[in-house]
Every structure is written in structure tokens, then in C-alpha cells.
Design a protein around this ligand. Structure first.
Ligand SMILES: C[S@@+](CC[C@H](N)C(=O)[O-])C[C@H]1O[C@@H](n2cnc3c(N)ncnc32)[C@H](O)[C@@H]1O
Length: 278
């Protein structure tokens, strides 16, 4: 898939997913976001850049942690995600977070302006994740830190068939490289190539709880990256896709709901104070 097309699919797909996102994924992503908070350790007074902020689930926690003088610039490629996060910030009276629509690969920020650059569950969707890490590196002050959370290996994510099930019905890729960074040592290598040092990686398994069939189906089809394609399906295509997805997660049935295995990888690296002599 051409990078420009992938960016459009993401932008308009997440616009469609925005209203379903928190109800679908907030609880399931919390373990990864908790670890991201621990590993990035935002401190009072720090200036933080967040890419792929979504509805602000990480943003609000970081904004709280850097109070009273610190601030967060939260960015996302989806207009509706950024808008939703902005409205939620107003509702919660979060005054030290700003929201801007921005592509993770082309951050409209000054060089060396931030203490911390974060990306929670966003790198899987970016056409060139190394470019996004380079941008985070560029935005950091020397000694600043970058922290990222992503999904792990495909074989450890029980919901992964959602991609082929949707892709074969639209005859194109939806998320071509989704599991690339989470496989083996790839994320560590990407952090190193982007220029980070003292890299720390944590890989861990979780169980994703969905209370019933409707919750599992809505999360997979409407609350995430396949939402754009799914919105174009007619009813018969939807029914077929639902059946196939429910068959794929049937081994994880637990009473009325599901407990689907998943894996996350969380990483942190430091922008060195000066470039190493080569
Ligand atoms: C799974 S959500 C994660 C949201 C939030 N960080 C969280 O942890 O809940 C993925 C987000 O990545 C954003 N995204 C996808 N491609 C992007 C890109 N190229 N640049 C910036 N954001 C992107 C989507 O719009 C979406 O909001």
C-alpha cells in the first residue's frame, strides 16, 4: 500500500472509530498504558509531546503528572480523535494539554523542544515507524526520553484474524505492517536506528476481556483500524465477517464473553547528550 493511501485510510478510519474507541478498548489497553506511564515517568514541570494521542487516555494521565508547570502537546492524524480528546479535556478541566492534528512522521514542532516524547499504541499504523521515531528523537532535548507502547507478536494476539477477514472483503491491506515492530527485536533495532541509547524493552502478555459477543464485535470492527473498510460493507458482508471473526475467537469464549490473549511491547530510549563519534 502506498504510504499516502495508508495515511488516508488511518485518518478517515479513525474518524469513524473515534466514537466507539473508549467503550471498545479503554479497559483492554490499560495495562499497556500503565506500563508506558511507568517507563516514561513524566515529572512535574516537563514538556511532553505525544503522537497518536487518540481520545486522550494517555494524555490526561501525563497532563496530571507534569502539573503544575508542565504541559502536553497531544497530536493525532485523525481530526475526530483530536477533537474528541480536546472536548474531553475541556470537560475534565485539563488546562495544560493542547491538541493538534499532526502526522507522526511529520511533526510540526521545533527541534529539541521536549523532555519526553510518547506514543501509545500508535506506531503500528504509521507507514514508516522509523521515520516517526526519528521525529520523536528530533523533537527531544538532549537527554530527553522517548517511550512507546505497541502490540506484540501476531501469534500472541488472539484477535489478529480481524485483518485478513476484513482485507479479503475489500481486496486490499488495511494495516499492512501491523505486527512488524512488535515481532522479535524489531522495536529495539528501530530505537537504536533512530539514535536512542539506554534502550529498555518490556514484553508482556495480557487477557483482553469482552463482556459479550456484541462488545467483541464492535471493538474489532467499529472501534479500531478496520472501521473505514467495515463502514462500506453491506449487511450480508457484515454478517459473514462477524461470523468468521467470532469463529476465530471462539477458543477464547468465557461464559457470555471472551478472554482473548494479547501481547504488548513497551520501550523507552534516551536521546544522547551528543552524537557518538563514528
Ligand atoms: C489505537 S489508537 C491509540 C490512541 C491512544 N494513544 C491510546 O493509547 O489510547 C491509534 C491512534 O493512532 C492514530 N494514528 C494512526 N496513524 C497515525 C499517523 N500516521 N500519525 C499520527 N497518528 C496516527 C489514530 O488516529 C489513532 O487515534
Amino acid at each position: 500500500m502506498k504510504p499516502e493511501l495508508q495515511r488516508r485510510v488511518q485518518r478517515y478510519g479513525w474518524n469513524k472509530a473515534a466514537e466507539h474507541y473508549n467503550a471498545s478498548w479503554e479497559a483492554q489497553l490499560k495495562p499497556a498504558q500503565d506500563r508506558l506511564m511507568e517507563i516514561s515517568d513524566p515529572k512535574p514541570g516537563e514538556r511532553v509531546l505525544e503522537t497518536a494521542c487518540g481520545t486522550g487516555l494517555v494524555t490526561f494521565r501525563v497532563a496530571e503528572a507534569v502539573k503544575p508547570d508542565g504541559e502536553v502537546l497531544a497530536t493525532d492524524i485523525s481530526d475526530d480523535m483530536a477533537e474528541l480528546a480536546y472536548s474531553a479535556a475541556r470537560e475534565r478541566q485539563v488546562r495544560n494539554a493542547t491538541f493538534r492534528r499532526m502526522d507522526a512522521e511529520e511533526l510540526e514542532v521545533e527541534d529539541g523542544a521536549f523532555d519526553l516524547a510518547m506514543c501509545g499504541l500508535g506506531l503500528m499504523y504509521v507507514p514508516d515507524p522509523l521515520r516517526a521515531l526519528n521525529e520523536m528523537h528530533r523533537a527531544l532535548k538532549p537527554g530527553g526520553r522517548a517511550a512507546v507502547a505497541i502490540w506484540g507478536e501476531r501469534k500472541n494476539c488472539g484477535w489478529a484474524d480481524i485483518f485478513p477477514i476484513v482485507e479479503k472483503r475489500v481486496a486490499s491491506d488495511v494495516c499492512p505492517m501491523f505486527f512488524q515492530q512488535g515481532t522479535g527485536d524489531t522495536l529495539h533495532a528501530s530505537f537504536r536506528m533512530a539514535g536512542f541509547q539506554d534502550i529498555e524493552i518490556d514484553r508482556f502478555r495480557v487477557k483482553l476481556d469482552f463482556r459479550d459477543t456484541d462488545h467483541a464485535v464492535t471493538a474489532a470492527f467499529s472501534g479500531g483500524p478496520v472501521a473505514l473498510a467495515y463502514n462500506k460493507f453491506d449487511e450480508e458482508t457484515r454478517d459473514g465477517a462477524h461470523r468468521e471473526y467470532l469463529d476465530s475467537i471462539a477458543p477464547f469464549r468465557n461464559g457470555h464473553g471472551y478472554q482473548i490473549p494479547g501481547e504488548f511491547v513497551v520501550a523507552r530510549g534516551i536521546r544522547p547528550n551528543q552524537h557518538p563519534v563514528t
